[in-house]
Ligand binder design. Sequence first.
Ligand SMILES: Nc1ncnc2c1ncn2[C@@H]1O[C@H](COP(=O)(O)OP(=O)(O)OP(=O)(O)O)[C@@H](O)[C@H]1O
Ligand SMILES: O=P(O)(O)OC[C@H]1O[C@H](OP(=O)(O)OP(=O)(O)O)[C@H](O)[C@@H]1O
Ligand SMILES: [Mg+2]
Length: 285
Amino acid sequence: MLRIALPNKGSLAGPAAEMLHEAGYQQRRESKELRIVDPVNEVEFFYLRPRDIAIYVSSGRLDIGITGRDLLIDSGAEAEEILPLGFARSTFRFAAKPSAAKSVADLNGSTVATSYEGIVARHLADQGIDASVVHLDGAVETAIELGVAEVIADVVETGTSLRNAGLEVIGEPIMISEAIVIRRTGAGADDTVESKVGQFLRRLQGVLVARTYVMMDYDCRVEQLEKAVALTPGLESPTVSPLHNEGWVAVRAMVPSKEAQRIMDDLYDLGARAILTTAIHACRL
Ligand SMILES: Nc1ncnc2c1ncn2[C@@H]1O[C@H](COP(=O)(O)OP(=O)(O)OP(=O)(O)O)[C@@H](O)[C@H]1O
Ligand SMILES: O=P(O)(O)OC[C@H]1O[C@H](OP(=O)(O)OP(=O)(O)O)[C@H](O)[C@@H]1O
Ligand SMILES: [Mg+2]
């Protein structure tokens, strides 16, 4: 039975459960459940604090886990990223009152409040900056107003929390984060676990592809086929079938959903007709 750590709350929990459900795994019915078994897929899920997941996975007690890249790096645990999942995207940045600091070099001698002490201490040391770090559990933006620190280092997504606190970012992002699948560094010796992990990753990759691609079908004249195929090259190569009407073919290819409308316009301009897109519900590449 594959043992998988999942986030039990916060920004990662809902989207992770949704993705696993789409991948065909059973999920807990109540947010108080700490552990469930999915007997059909031979998987056991443990719902843990997102911050603790890298520690459990690095200990080898759980085979893999879903957490945030920033949380993995902050923990310093012996675990590695094996698949990015595209949700809970955020940046991690320094911020302060507009007058306080213009660049990271200005942070010398200041106090930085953060929930991510590991990332911040390492980053400051790498940059040769001497600043002290104060650990806070959350709502870090308020630390400046209340005089606990002059600078904060925190997760920034829309920037609303910073704006509301009258703060501005300093310098470039310290890191870009998203939800990821992790496993213990150096794991992979056990063939049975390895094949189950491989199947789990293929299922999640299938969900990612189904979310980012649509299937496109259209009819076009044979003379236009090369130009049409250049617009819709598909992942491997498009399927081309003859139509009953001579001189016409039907083409089928996967296209990125974000580009579907532009591609449909371009195909129409080429003379293609009966252009359809349909959702992909699941896939194995
Ligand atoms: N507003 C946000 N938008 C996108 N991702 C976020 C946001 N806040 C936190 N994250 C990401 O979620 C993960 C942190 O999860 P965690 O559950 O610890 O914090 P949280 O979502 O802020 O929840 P809470 O603070 O309520 O416990 C990190 O990877 C972080 O980058
Ligand atoms: O840029 P934004 O879109 O505003 O998102 C970033 C904010 O979201 C998270 O806070 P959360 O609500 O989880 O509270 P917390 O600070 O207590 O963790 C994070 O810690 C930031 O404060
Ligand atoms: Mg938070």
